[in-house]
Design a binder for this molecule. Structure first.
Ligand code: PGA
Length: 251
């Protein structure tokens, strides 16, 4: 059965104080979730230890980025091995902000994914089209190509792969894909994965892009949406935990 995951990406937000307050609250509430959702927090790397201390095993922790090298003279970078060593379970890779602001390509994403899975961590690989691509009718082909190229180095380690579909135009904008459009893209991603020889039915596909407590229920009730990658709303403890609660208990 596919894992249901709600992951909060803090981006370059938060503080030691937020780690204490928000994570303390979320971990206490996460213990009472009865819908099988795995709650993940992905803080700035410098707060990973603070979040892990507060998480007390009830929440998984991830890192927002790793370098494409194992170790060496790469000032400012951290490696997958270090993330693993520090207690992380997940690594976000290919987020649209990394692609757009830092020029990360699908080839770089593939290199990082290879290192992430080799280190024993799970990669949350982000894909998504721009507004222009959607309006030109290219959304499915752009996303299919990101999936094929970004995961091209994966052979047997599919258990370590989660894909997050995040339409670029929906990130931080308050606009979200309709549940039907998101479902259609998730079904398309699943068929691309199948075409790659992956056990597609077992791979969790998350939706991201302005997920809030008031739209989570509709998104999460779609058959191919296995959870969410949450930005802004993950910085508000009650909102984030409400999103985790919206998963139907029976699925
Ligand atoms: P958002 O961000 O929820 O603030 O739109 C999502 C993301 O970038 O992962």
């Amino acid at each position: 059965m596919r894992r249901k995951i709600v992951a909060g990406n803090w981006k370059m937000n938060g503080s030691k104080g937020l780690s204490e307050k928000l994570v303390g609250y979320v971990q206490a509430e996460a213990g009472s979730l009865d819908n099988g959702v795995e709650v993940v927090i992905i803080p700035p790397a410098i707060y990973i230890r603070d979040v892990l201390d507060q998480a007390d095993g009830a929440i998984s922790v991830g890192v927002q980025n790793v370098g494409q090298w194992q170790s060496g003279a790469y000032t400012g970078e951290i490696s997958s091995e270090m993330a693993k060593d520090s207690g992380c379970k997940y690594v976000l890779v290919g987020h649209s902000e990394r692609r757009q602001i830092f020029g990360e390509t699908d080839e770089l994403v593939a290199e990082k994914v290879a290192l992430i899975v080799a280190s024993g961590l799970a990669a949350i690989v982000c894909v998504g089209e721009t507004l222009e691509e959607r309006e030109s009718g290219l959304a499915e082909s752009v996303v299919a190509s990101q999936v094929r190229l970004g995961l091209s180095a994966v052979s047997g380690e599919w258990k370590s792969i989660v894909v997050a579909y995040e339409p670029v135009w929906a990130i931080g904008t308050g606009k979200t894909a309709t549940a039907e459009d998101a479902q259609a893209m998730h079904a398309s991603i699943r068929s691309v994965l199948k075409g790659m020889g992956a056990p597609a039915e077992e791979i969790s596909l998350l939706y991201g892009g302005s997920v809030k407590a008031d739209n989570a229920a509709a998104l999460f009730s779609e058959p191919d949406i296995d959870g969410g990658l949450i930005g802004g709303a993950s910085l508000v403890a009650e909102e984030f935990i409400s999103i985790c609660r919206y998963f139907p208990a029976s699925s």
